[in-house]
Design a protein around this ligand. Structure first.
Ligand code: COI
Length: 357
C-alpha cells in the first residue's frame, strides 16, 4: 500500500516488520537488514522513480553487466542513536555521497545527484529509525550501492543502473585482537587502477590472500604497493595509521588507496589536538624499525566499519612484531572519545559532520 510521497520519494510501507526476530544483544556485522530499502532507477540518461519499498529480493537477468564485469560501487556509513534524545545521528553521509560519485566516475557510471542520495538516506533513517541499536558500540550501518543493469554481455559501460540503500543494525566489525600480516606476494591495486574506488573487485582481490593469512591467525592483510612491496597502503577493510614518536603517520592518498572518511575525520581531529600529522609514503622498513626500536606507540585501522581498531601484532616475512597496547590516555583513546561524543550528539559538532533525524 502506498502511504506517502515525501521529497519526491514514493513510500510503500512494510507491514511485516522482522525486528522482533533480531537479537540486538548479539549483533554480528552485516547479518540483519531493516524493513525497508531505497531504490532509484537510471534509464534514458537520468535517475528517476525514487521509492522506499519493503526490503526484498531483486530479480536480475543472468546477463546483468555488473555480475560479469564488476561495474558496481558501494558506500558504508553509520547512524548512532543519540545518547540524550530520541534522534538518530547520521555521520558524514554527504562525504560518502562525494566519494561514491568519485568511485562511479572511475568506472563510467553516471553520478547520483546529491538530493537523491541525501533524501534517500534521510527518509530511510526516518522510516527505519527503530532499527538503530542503543547497545554500546552498535549502530545502524547504511549500505548505499549502485550497479550496471544492462542485460548485455559486450564489455562497455551500461546504460541502465540501480541505486539502492539498505540498512543493517551492526555490532563491532573486529572483535578481539587484530593481528595483521604485511602482504609481500599478492597485490590489491596498482597505481592507475581502481584502488581508490569503493568497487567490488578491490574486495574480491583481497579474499584469497586474506583467507591464507587467516589460516596462520591473521585477521587482516596489510597491503603494500604493487611495484615493490616496499610501502604500506591500507588493510583489507580499513585505512591504517601509526603513532611514531608522537607523530601521527599514515600513507598518503593515491590512486591505489581509499580516501577514508574516518581517516579524514581523525586527521582533522588530530591536527586540532595539536598532534603533528604526516600523510606520506610509509615504508615497511620504517614500520619494522619503529617496532624494533620501540618508537612505535600505536598502530590502528580506521574505517566506517572498523572505526578505530588497535592492531596487536604486525607480521612481516614470517616474524611477529608486537605493537604496544594502546594506553587509556593515548592518542587513539582520546580521539575515539572525541569522535564518539560527536557521533552520539554529546557535544557540539563544530565540523558539521552530523545530521540529526
Ligand atoms: C566500511 O568501512 O564501511 C567498509 O566499507 C568496509 C567494508 C569492507 C565492510
Amino acid at each position: 500500500m502506498i502511504t506517502a510521497d515525501l521529497a519526491n520519494i514514493r513510500i510503500e510501507k512494510n507491514n511485516f516488520s522482522s525486528i522482533k526476530s533480531v537479537d540486538f544483544n548479539a549483533l554480528d556485522f552485516g547479518k540483519y537488514h531493516s524493513d525497508h530499502m531505497f531504490f532509484a532507477d537510471y534509464n534514458n540518461g537520468k535517475w528517476h522513480d525514487m521509492r522506499i519499498v519493503p526490503y526484498q529480493n531483486i530479480s536480475l537477468s543472468p546477463a546483468t553487466a555488473a555480475l560479469h564485469y564488476g561495474q558496481t560501487v558501494f558506500e558504508g556509513f553509520k547512524a548512532h542513536k543519540a545518547k540524550n534524545s530520541s534522534d538518530i545521528i547520521l555521520f558524514r553521509p554527504d562525504k560518502h555521497w562525494e566519494r561514491m560519485n568519485k568511485s562511479m566516475a572511475r568506472i563510467c557510471m553516471p553520478p547520483i545527484p546529491k538530493d537523491i542520495f541525501m533524501d534517500g538516506v534521510i527518509e530511510m533513517a526516518k522510516i527505519d529509525r527503530i532499527w538503530a541499536p542503543s547497545q554500546e558500540g552498535c549502530s545502524l550501518y547504511f549500505r548505499p550501492f549502485a550497479f550496471a543493469m544492462d542485460a548485455f554481455i559486450r564489455v562497455k559501460p551500461s546504460e541502465n543502473y540501480y541505486f539502492i540503500v539498505f540498512c543493517s543494525p551492526v555490532g563491532a566489525y573486529f572483535a578481539g585482537k587484530l593481528n595483521v600480516k604485511i602482504e609481500t606476494e599478492y597485490v590489491r591495486s596498482a597505481v592507475g587502477g581502481i584502488g581508490f574506488a569503493k568497487s567490488g573487485g578491490n574486495y574480491a582481490a583481497s579474499l584469497l590472500p586474506a583467507k591464507k593469512a587467516a589460516v596462520d591467525g591473521y585477521q587482516q592483510i596489510m597491503w603494500t604497493d604493487a611495484k615493490e612491496h616496499k610501502y604500506i597502503e591500507e588493510t583489507g577493510a580499513s585505512n591504517v595509521m601509526f603513532l611514531i614518536d608522537n607523530v601521527l603517520v599514515t600513507p598518503e592518498l593515491s590512486s591505489s588507496i581509499l580516501d577514508g572518511v574516518t581517516r579524514d575525520s581523525i586527521i582533522t581531529l588530530a591536527k586540532d589536538m595539536n598532534y603533528k600529522v604526516e600523510e606520506r609514503k610509509v615504508s615497511v622498513d620504517e614500520i619494522i624499525l619503529s617496532l624494533k626500536n620501540n618508537s612505535m606507540q600505536e598502530a590502528f585501522g580506521t574505517g566506517t566499519a572498523a572505526v578505530i581498531s588497535p592492531i596487536s601484532i604486525i607480521n612481516y616475512l614470517g616474524v611477529d612484531y608486537t605493537v604496544p597496547s594502546p594506553k587509556s590516555d593515548g592518542f587513539s583513546a582520546k580521539v575515539s572519545k572525541i569522535l564518539n561524543d560527536i557521533k552520539y550528539g554529546l557535544v557540539e559538532d563544530p565540523y558539521h559532520w552530523t545530521i540529526r533525524v
